[in-house]
Design a protein. Structure first.
Length: 278
């Protein structure tokens, strides 16, 4: 053995393994590890989102949002259906409908002012008892007209429905009565029968019965009220007149300065109700 081999650095080199470069160790795959394509950030994002991992709370929130959206869709569809009839109406028809709504509002305002006036008169009158009796008598006349126990006269309209085909039914006449009431009719008579608050109409063969009284065509309505409100209410698009004309009935509506409603109803004494005035 030479002196050069006996040097300390040579002895250490024989004992230690060969040095491995750092770059080679970092790039070389580990034993047993397969090399493959590198996974990008987008692929990792997709793998994290799919398949979805839904918790119970998220499922409940999704169901609630679905129900809310379905309800909103139904509401929008309902509003669209209710407005479809007005979309196809002519401009003059829309103006007529708006005028009728304004007239109804004005009638309610006038009624409110009338009641306030009666209250003020009772509060300010020196003889409150006499004023109360006067208002009671006036109210009795008004209630008598509404109840059909007294005759009435005033401006209004007449409507004649000529039903030669026998297609007009009780519900169509009831629609006419309700439309007239909504337009401010204060007294209504159909043929020889007075229409009151509890009036009912039924089909009776090819004719109609009003409160059990059979009436035949032509059906004649005598109505007391403001003619400027009553006639347009019957002629609105899709209203009473158009419905009856679709059933091949002939409808004639005319205004009059004086309508007499003279068909009377007997005053009925209530069986159980009694006055609670003190």
């Amino acid at each position: 053995m030479s002196n050069e081999d006996e040097r300390p650095e040579h002895r250490l080199r024989r004992v230690l393994p060969e040095e491995i470069p750092a770059s080679a160790s970092s790039e070389a795959p580990l034993p047993g590890e397969k090399s493959g394509p590198t996974v990008t950030g987008r692929q990792r994002l997709v793998q994290g989102l799919w398949p979805p991992r839904v918790s119970r709370a998220q499922l409940i929130v999704a169901v609630l949002l679905f129900g809310l959206g379905f309800g909103l869709a139904v509401q929008v569809a309902s509003n669209s259906n209710s407005d479809s009839a007005l979309r196809g109406a002519r401009q003059e028809d829309l103006v007529r409908i708006l005028d009728e709504l304004d007239d109804r509002t004005q009638r309610l305002e006038d009624e409110k002012q009338g009641l306030q006036k009666q209250r003020d008169e009772l509060e300010n009158s020196s003889d409150q008892a006499e004023e109360a009796r006067k208002q009671t008598a006036e109210k009795e006349k008004q209630l008598g007209i509404l109840a059909g126990t007294v005759a009435a006269q005033g401006p209004g309209i007449t409507m004649t429905i000529d039903d030669t085909k026998g297609t007009v039914e009780a519900d169509m006449l009831l629609d006419a009565v309700q439309e007239l009431r909504a337009a401010g009719a204060e007294a209504i008579q159909v043929n020889d029968v007075r229409v009151v608050a509890n009036t009912y109409l039924t089909n009776s063969g090819k004719s109609v019965s009003v409160d059990g009284n059979k009436i035949n065509a032509p059906y004649r309505f005598k109505v007391i009220g403001k003619p400027q409100d009553l006639e347009p209410a019957l002629n609105i698009p899709g209203g009473v007149v158009q419905t009856l004309e679709k059933e091949q009935a002939t409808v004639t509506v005319g205004r009059s300065a004086k309508i007499v409603v003279d068909a009377l109803r007997a005053a009925k004494q209530p069986d159980y109700a009694r006055s609670s005035s003190r």
